[in-house]
Write a protein that binds this ligand. Structure first.
Ligand code: NI
Length: 175
């Protein structure tokens, strides 16, 4: 397994819409494992291939609270697709490995149903609410070139991007 580099906003690659996987191969399975390793190391609870510069519709997640003694519960989604969203909405404070250090309340549909392929290329459906629903929508947004800050006001988003640029500039002069 290999750890991948996580892109940080603003980055044009994060704005791209990823292409569907046409065949579930060993290469795809390896990418999913590398993405999980990268996500756990970060650490984060979800990661989309777009965030590691891979143009494929792949998402990994693990919502287990291992600090509270829960067993890791890795989830892998190939070509995830939202098939239904609730009318009811919910607010959750979100963060993102591509928008480090910023956490903001995001309003999204409270429940969602997602169709995807598993590692064997078989279709499955996941239905969730709460953190699972928010995380699924957040990660699928990534595959469509959207970040959680795109759900905020223009002013708030501009402020966060400005600060991220400042941090990036600072890092480039560090020796
Ligand atoms: Ni994210």
């Amino acid at each position: 397994m290999a750890k991948l580099k996580i892109l940080v906003a603003p980055d044009p690659l994060l704005k791209q819409k990823a292409h569907p996987v046409t065949e579930v191969t060993d290469e795809i399975r390896t990418i999913l494992d590398d993405m999980l390793e990268t996500m756990y190391a970060a650490p984060g609870i979800g990661l989309a291939a777009t965030q590691v510069g891979i143009d494929k519709r792949l998402v990994v997640m693990d919502l287990a609270n291992t600090e509270e003694g829960e067993e890791p519960a890795p989830m892998k989604f190939i070509n995830p697709e939202i098939i239904s969203l609730s009318e009811e909405e919910a607010v959750l404070e979100e963060g993102c490995l591509s928008v480090p250090e910023f956490y903001e309340d995001v309003i999204r549909p409270a429940k969602c149903k997602v169709k995807a392929l598993n590692e064997n290329g078989e279709e499955f459906i996941t239905e969730g609410e709460g953190l699972l629903a928010a995380c699924l929508q957040h990660e699928i947004d990534h595959l469509d070139g959207e970040l959680f800050i795109d759900h905020l006001s223009r002013v708030k988003r501009a402020m966060i991007i400005k600060k991220l640029i400042k941090i990036k500039k600072h890092q480039t002069v560090k020796m």
